[in-house]
Design a protein around this ligand. Sequence first.
Ligand code: MN
Length: 702
Amino acid sequence: MATTEAKLTEILKEIVKNYPGEEDRIIKAYEYMASKHGNQKRISGEPYVVHPLLVAQKLANLNMDIVTVVGGFLHDVLEDTDATYEEIAKLFGKDVADIVEGVTKIGKIKFKNIKEAQAENFRKLILATAKDIRVVIVKLADRLHNMKTLGYLRWEKRIRIAEETLEIYAPIAHRLGIWEIKRELEDLSFKYLYPKEYEKVRNFVSQSLENLEEYLKKFVIPKVKEELSKANIKADISYRPKHLYSTWQKTIRKGISLEEVHDLLGVRIVVNSIGECYTVLGIIHNIFKPVPGKFKDYISLPKSNLYQSLHTTVVAHKGRMVEFQIRTEEMHLRAEKGIAAHWAYKEGKDFSRSSEIFSWLRDLVDNIKGSKNPSELLDNLKRDLFSEEVFVFTPHGDLVVLPRGATPVDFAYHIHTEIGNHCAGAKVNGRIVPLNYRLRNGDQVEIITSVAKNPSPDWLKFVVTSRAKTRIKQYLKQLEKERYLSEGRRIFEKIRESLNLSYEELINRIRPNVNFKKEDDLFIALGSGRLSPNKLISLISSRKKEKTEKIKIEGGGKVSVEGLSGIMYEIGRCCNPVPGDEIYGVITRGKGMTLHEKNCSNLRYVMENFPEKVLKADWKPQGKFKTRIRVKAKDRIGILSEITKHIADGGSNIWESFTKTTREGLAIMDFTVDVTDKKHLEKLIKSIETVEGVENCSRLYI
Ligand code: MN
């Protein structure tokens, strides 16, 4: 298709005609663009200027505003010429410069391995990158013309672009409701991606259409026209073939053959009012027999994108089925141009539908929350369509979707926990940025890691993803745990030294008093301050009455006194009898009985003065029983730890100890220990007496 100079001028004139009063601006844009592109040629061999001119023409046909049309003229100058943003802004205004910049940005997005799941993200990316929705519309017009000249490119490139068009751009056109562009993009992609199927569908449709068209002209249209004029209804009647790609899709979706697709051609009747739509419907149903179940009222119940129309299929002459679509002009405009219809309405100064269009726009684009002032929105349509998300890339060009406000640290944790945990710095688009930098759409992010670098509590102040937050907290908790552990070990060691005990000895003394599973838990408690060293020392050295009794009662012992059994008793604190001792019970008023060992001085006193109160007792409980011993030894370094070791080795716990040194240099050490019985105690005493320097060890009474 050679485009002559004359043809170019003709197109330019046509555009100018659509925008009365804007001739100077349009000519200026064209000339600026032509001078910038100079002698550049398209791969097709045509002068480069043809492309921007045709893109601008498409935008004019969509009734876009003048800013968008000028943007169409200039859309490639930033990328392909020495033009700058500032220059465009100065000559044509900031809006135009922003549109051109936006289109250029989208062009730079790399589409690598478009997987099903990623395709939707790419679509969102494009809509989000273009803060002004007009950017997307220019991009669609640009893509449409590129698709029309795709045949000049190499095979692989054709496939890649056609795939991208079908997966990314056609769905965007669909979402924005711009049917004109969607249809063409799909059919052109279809042609390059599935050439055989395309040819098959095209041949079939064109053959059937010939017949169909003739049929409609002969048997259907005249009849309808006649009836409508009788009813005094002015209507625009047209017919348009269903596009090839959707026809093919229908055969696949419904599992039918091409012959079975009967709505290849639909008759469209456009009238002036909603009332007339229903009148026309009645007329059609009067002329032809409607097919049951084929009538759809999208006027009362619009589709989710606010598409409105009446659809009905009827049986016409010779039993053929024909589909009718009946709608008003406004409905038609919206159905064809989608979002672009907004500018068409604006030209007509009809603002009454503002809120309706707004809600339609809202339905079109998901993820829009928190509505702003609708009229303000309509005035400029500059908004983030996907305000909650930001779309960025890895250095390999993979797309990563993060919540808005995300930082390189969020990005790093998104990639891998280890990358997050060792994130030392970040480069965005090749430049070093601070870690709290807020990522922007299209940023390419590279994380610099270092094994020496670890998460900092400060990161929690700026990360936004829950993943990053959780991982950082986990790390910090672990770090804290390790710190507590080493601090706890240090405290433990100090206590150990001050008590002159071995590690095991100290642990053995703590165990009955403090409930812990692993020794690390004990250290963490000490290190974190939950268990103070003073508290610990007092716990292992104090003697608690309840504990003592608990242990004894657990033994299940009963005392029987001279034939009586099951008598309530207490253990004499003075002598601390153990099983195996010769025992006497002393009856105390209100308390029952207290048990004493035979040699106890208290017992002897009662025996001498109140013999009636003393009874011989038989006591054979099981368990561990506290008692006291006194060790006299030479005071030498390490002797205490040796003695405690012997006690522990003998299977006893130390509950309390008290040490003093006499003037003669003798150490007197009193211990409260627990034993199972008298034999155990005697063995323990003998064992202690083997320690070098111990002069004697004996049971201690008060
Ligand atoms: Mn272009």
